[in-house]
Design a protein around this ligand. Structure first.
Ligand code: PLP
Length: 718
């Protein structure tokens, strides 16, 4: 199985970056100036203005994304951009010297202003803008809801707009003009990291989430229309001479959004060379311009290479590309190795969001009309990472979540989950204030508990749990009076009532009869409530197996856990419904060490594995500390290069040895699949769980502790 094949590669983005770089060269060389002024204006002051925003959106696309909101990524980006900026500044010092940049008054304030905002040469403003824009967008995305962050980014852009191509509109308003006058003391243009960059980072990030994925047709239409509108806008502003500068247009925003979203549809081969050389072209083209001038002066070719604008543009492009592509290729070979996400150096959980979406849709389809999915995301979403799973589900329209503890619920709120959150387990009544503050719904596990929660004096949303035979949590279904009294408790807002089935996974006669009895008891209680005039709140009974074996129950919710993650608890269980589920998680680790072990030698603690022949052993840096059951020692195995490698010896807390003697060509860095993302495969979660004498539920939920979660569709880019 070739892994990288299934990862998304954004060919369209890589290719357009190259085009964007050439457009930026056009801005600085005015290709059509020798022929038509209007044509040149359209090309360099309108069309080419997509170049820089596109660069910014690309960065935002990979940086401002919710699944891996880790600060290190931002730091890395800032550090890398600052390094490039530093190098570029040094590169252009000779040009600055030649231009007399360092002579003249007020060098220090000018230098500071240029370093932070305007760049020390005309094109370099982009790098500080990228840094500042990234930081601002990051904070906005972290702190505010998506619409709010976009609104703030949009507002900043608007402020920038009136200092840029709409300046003439406000020029007559003294107060506003004064305001911009102040701004222009700090920087020369408003097309900078503060006003221009954040919104494009955010738009890129939003597209990176994949939520608003538009069809290709819609994207192209949207692009076409907004592009025409932008042309009209810019030409109108130009005609009335309103522009102070010409980097920012109102319709540039939709234009970029649709353009980017259209390009996302173009996936295929990865083009790292195009991507990397685009940055180089951008960085060095002013140097090429200078060199070209000097050289053509020496050779007497000025007329051809400098004075004819189109030839000049083409020569600069050619020179920049001729330098940048080989340099990028060289960098790729000699530079630090990348392409391997930091999180996948050791061992990791790989999520397949498409499978999650598929399962949610498949399960929802099986539910009766009006019944909705309550996604059970307790224990880090069964080890998959609560953040990645819940945010993806919410984007798909799931509005109800269930967790086991208040902490889990609060964490979901902090991640920005706005739907209903039900705590299935016990919460100390003393924490009623937090339940209320975070708008989290609490399960009433019995009458005494309800009473003491009510006495806290906080209005708390609750679901009543009814015990219909499992004898775990809940008020007995026979204690009708107590249930009615709970409805009268004045601080408890009863929004739901539910029970839990204890043998719905089995289709044996006795289990079915018991389950039907549980359902009958629950429905009997509801009828009694109705007959005493109580409005029955939302009801739910089934969990995964409840839905699969008793799909006809018409409740308001189904609490689906394990099935949502695309596996069932055990292999080969017969269920009435057999939806095609796809596993969301795969567990992988890299080969970090290979060693030869001679026949008769042993491997690991307790010497439980003895090499029967001269063997090759691979060490994987994953162990029971990551959640892998120790009971798999000398059992189970992993897949490397498409072949099975059995576990050799005891699984340690952090390491695991496998026998790869039979697999040719295993080398360091190879990826070993410990749990695979396919149904019914030998290493599927239910099979591995069975080997470990447990169920998938336990196997998976152990994985939440130490392993990084990597979303598969992002892997190619990190
Ligand atoms: C965990 C849990 C579920 C989810 O069960 P699955 O079998 O994983 O679908 C549903 N209801 C309650 C009360 C639970 O504790």
């Amino acid at each position: 199985m070739s892994e990288s094949k299934s990862w998304n590669r954004y060919t369209g983005i890589d290719c357009f970056r190259f085009a964007a770089a050439l457009l930026i060269v056009a801005i600085h060389t005015s290709p059509l100036a020798s022929y038509t002024q209007t044509g040149d204006f359209i090309l360099t002051r309108i069309v080419a203005r997509v170049g820089v925003p596109f660069f910014l959106m690309t960065s935002g696309f990979f940086l401002i994304r919710p699944y891996q909101q880790n600060r290190d990524r931002l730091k890395q980006f800032v550090k890398k951009t600052a390094l490039i900026y530093g190098a570029a500044i040094l590169l252009y010092v000779p040009v600055n010297l030649y231009n007399g940049y360092f002579s003249g008054d007020g060098l220090l304030p000018r230098l500071i202003q240029d370093l932070v905002f305007d760049g020390t040469l005309y094109h370099l403003w982009y790098l500080p803008a990228a840094i500042l824009g990234a930081v601002i967008a990051w904070r906005l995305a972290k702190r505010y809801s998506r619409p709010m962050a976009l609104a703030i980014g949009g507002l900043l852009y608007l402020v920038g707009l009136f200092g840029d191509s709409y300046y003439g509109v406000i020029e007559d308003i003294a107060l506003v003009k004064g305001f911009y006058g102040l701004l222009f003391q700090v920087f020369d243009h408003t097309r900078n990291g503060l006003f221009l960059a954040p919104i494009f980072f955010l738009l890129g990030g939003m597209l990176g989430e994949g939520k608003q994925a538009l069809s290709l047709g819609k994207s192209l239409w949207g692009f076409g229309i907004s592009f025409v509108l932008m042309l009209a806008e810019a030409l109108t502003l130009h005609h009335f001479q309103v522009q102070r500068h010409d980097s920012m247009y109102l319709f540039l925003l939709p234009c970029m959004y649709f353009l980017f979203s259209a390009l996302l549809h173009w996936r295929g081969a990865r083009m790292p060379l195009l991507r990397d050389s685009s940055l180089l072209i951008y960085l060095i083209h002013p140097m090429v311009i200078v060199t070209l001038r000097l050289v053509s002066k020496k050779l007497g070719l000025q007329e051809l290479l400098v004075e004819n604008s189109l030839a000049h543009f083409l020569a600069v492009c050619l020179g920049s590309v001729a330098f940048s592509v080989p340099a990028a290729a060289l960098w790729e070979r000699l530079g630090p190795k990348r392409g391997r996400p930091a999180d996948t150096n050791r061992a990791w959980i790989e999520l397949n969001p498409e499978h999650l979406a598929h399962n949610a849709a498949e399960l929802q389809q099986q539910m009766p009309e009006g019944c909705r999915l309550m996604a059970v995301v307790k224990t880090e979403a069964y080890g998959h990472g609560a953040f990645a799973i819940a945010s993806r589900l919410e984007q798909m329209g799931v509005e109800a979540f269930a967790v086991a503890t208040l902490e889990e619920g609060i964490r979901l709120r902090r991640y920005g989950i706005r739907g209903e959150i039900l705590v299935l387990g016990y919460t100390s009544p003393g924490r009623a204030r937090e339940l209320k503050k975070y708008g989290i719904t609490q399960t009433l596990i019995d009458f005494t508990y309800a009473n003491s929660l009510n006495r806290q004096g906080m209005a708390v949303k609750c679901h009543i749990k009814i015990d219909t035979g499992m004898h775990r949590l809940g008020i007995s279904s026979q204690e009708t009076e107590k249930v009615k009294r709970i409805f009268r408790m004045k601080n408890l807002k009863i929004t739901g009532i539910y029970t839990h089935l204890c043998c719905a996974d089995s289709r044996g006669c006795r289990e079915e009869a018991f389950t039907r009895e549980q359902i009958r008891r629950f429905q009997g209680l509801l009828e009694e409530l109705i007959s005493s005039g109580i409005t029955v709140p939302k009801t739910h009974i089934q969990s995964s197996y409840g839905l699969l074996n008793y799909p006809e129950l018409a409740c308001d919710y189904v609490r689906v856990g394990i099935a949502l993650y695309g596996v069932l608890s055990q292999p080969g269980r017969d269920t009435r419904l057999q939806p095609k589920l796809k596993p969301v998680m795969a567990l992988k680790a890299r080969v970090v060490l290979l060693r030869a072990v001679s026949a008769g030698e042993t491997v690991g603690y307790g010497r439980t594995f003895t090499a029967a022949r001269d063997s090759r052993i691979a060490i994987l840096p994953i162990g029971y500390g990551d959640g892998l059951p120790r009971s798999l020692s000398n059992k189970s195995g992993v897949m490397i290069r498409g072949q099975y490698a059995p576990v050799a010896g005891r699984i340690c807390m952090d390491q695991l040895a496998v026998d790869v003697t039979e697999i040719p060509g295993v080398s360091l860095g190879d990826v070993a699949t410990v749990i695979c993302g396919e149904t019914d495969a030998e290493l599927s979660a239910p099979m591995v769980a069975e080997t470990a004498e447990t169920i998938s539920n336990e196997l998976l939920c152990r994985m939440g502790a130490r392993l990084p979660v990597v979303v598969r569709s992002h892997l190619g880019q990190i």
